[in-house]
Design a binder for this molecule. Structure first.
Ligand code: GRF
Length: 215
């Protein structure tokens, strides 16, 4: 049973409450797309290991050859596949190869965990309503690649992160879960991002669990 209450923690506000969602849910085979560090990928792997998320990561797909996410995948003994977008003629060709790879690994749900590519209909139609994204702002505010810089420049006092179902428009689609993070007077992009990431690592596995249960 999913509760839509909110949960207050020491330095953040999460909605809906994650305590009422974890653990459990139907088993699900995940494919993760990551472009960089992969800390969110690792948070999902850890949540599965802890029994908080009833899933298995079938494959990590990464697009930058030096992405640290690939090292994390190796440490977790999870297959990692490099698909370099620079090798493809169009976004659609690139997404078609992603879909082929996801299908080869029997992926049911796709998680964009720091995936810095614009996705096309090719991917969205292959996994309709089964692609999840994490974004470092309280959507619909501050879409795009510089969300944290935009939040700091705007003067808002509350930042945060959002997990949502992916639609064709960038950083758009039904919201699964959000966490709010206060902006401190001396915050830089780095310090704020660090505190937002703490919340990302909590809500991403919880939101995946929520989405799988709602299916
Ligand atoms: C996260 O802050 C995520 O919100 C954004 O990119 C970052 C990826 O971080 N889309 P990591 O690679 O998971 O550490």
């Amino acid at each position: 049973m999913v509760s839509y209450s909110t949960a207050m923690t020491t330095n953040s506000l999460i909605s809906p409450s994650i305590t009422s969602i974890l653990p459990g849910g139907a088993f699900c085979r995940l494919g993760i797309l990551a472009s960089g560090s992969g800390s969110n990928f690792e948070a999902v792997a850890q949540a599965i290991k802890n029994g908080q998320l009833n899933a298995q990561i079938q494959v990590l797909i990464y697009n930058n050859p030096d992405a640290y996410a690939a090292v994390r995948a190796e440490n977790w003994d999870i297959p990692a596949v490099l698909l370099n977008h620079r090798d493809y003629k169009s976004r659609e060709d690139f997404d078609a190869e992603i879909v082929r790879t996801l299908q080869k690994y029997n992926v049911e749900w796709v998680v964009m965990a720091g995936w810095m590519r614009i996705v096309t209909q090719v991917l969205i139609q292959a996994y309709t309503d089964k692609i999840i994204n994490i974004h470092p702002s309280l959507l619909p505010s501050f879409k795009g690649a510089s969300a944290i810089e935009q939040a700091l420049a705007s003067g808002v006092k509350i930042a945060g992160c959002t997990v949502h179902i992916v639609r064709l428009q960038v950083d758009d689609g039904p919201i699964l879960m959000q966490a709010a993070v206060p902006i401190l007077p001396d915050d830089t992009t780095e310090t704020l991002h660090q505190r937002i990431q703490i919340e990302e690592h909590r809500i991403l596995p919880a939101a995946i669990s929520l989405a799988i249960k709602a299916e």
